[in-house]
Design a protein around this ligand. Structure first.
Ligand SMILES: [Cu+2]
Length: 117
């Protein structure tokens, strides 16, 4: 895992009467930054990247940067309770768009795009 060397951004994971979503869903970070995804409501949520959309030369590093708290490649464990979180480092991740989603709520359109600059 390449540790976060820059800023840690926060993205909320929300499920309520308005639907299931990441807030903000689309976010731009710098290489070396991190994102802390925090459960607000409506869990379980998780953070997952589709291996088919991640460049092959990024996959290993991004998977490592999600730490060991995972249920599969590029897919974090489920987080149920408010305040629980998943942190992903974008150190050593090349610039580009990285679409991501919540596995339990993908069909409900809980997804977004992280752009690494
Ligand atoms: Cu979710």
């Amino acid at each position: 895992m390449a540790p976060i060397t820059g800023k840690t951004h926060e993205v909320k994971m929300v499920g309520d009467a308005k639907g299931y979503r990441f807030e903000p869903a689309n976010i731009t970070v710098k290489q070396g930054d991190g994102i802390k995804f925090v459960v607000v409501s409506g869990g379980p949520h998780n953070v997952a990247f589709d291996p088919a959309t991640v460049p092959s030369d990024v996959k290993g590093q991004l998977d490592a940067n999600m730490g060991s708290d995972k249920m599969g490649e590029l897919s974090s464990n489920m987080k149920m309770n408010a305040g629980e979180s998943v942190t992903v480092s974008f150190a050593n991740i090349k610039a580009g768009p990285y679409p991501y989603h919540c596995v339990p709520h993908l069909a409900l359109n809980m997804k977004g795009v992280i752009t690494v600059q």
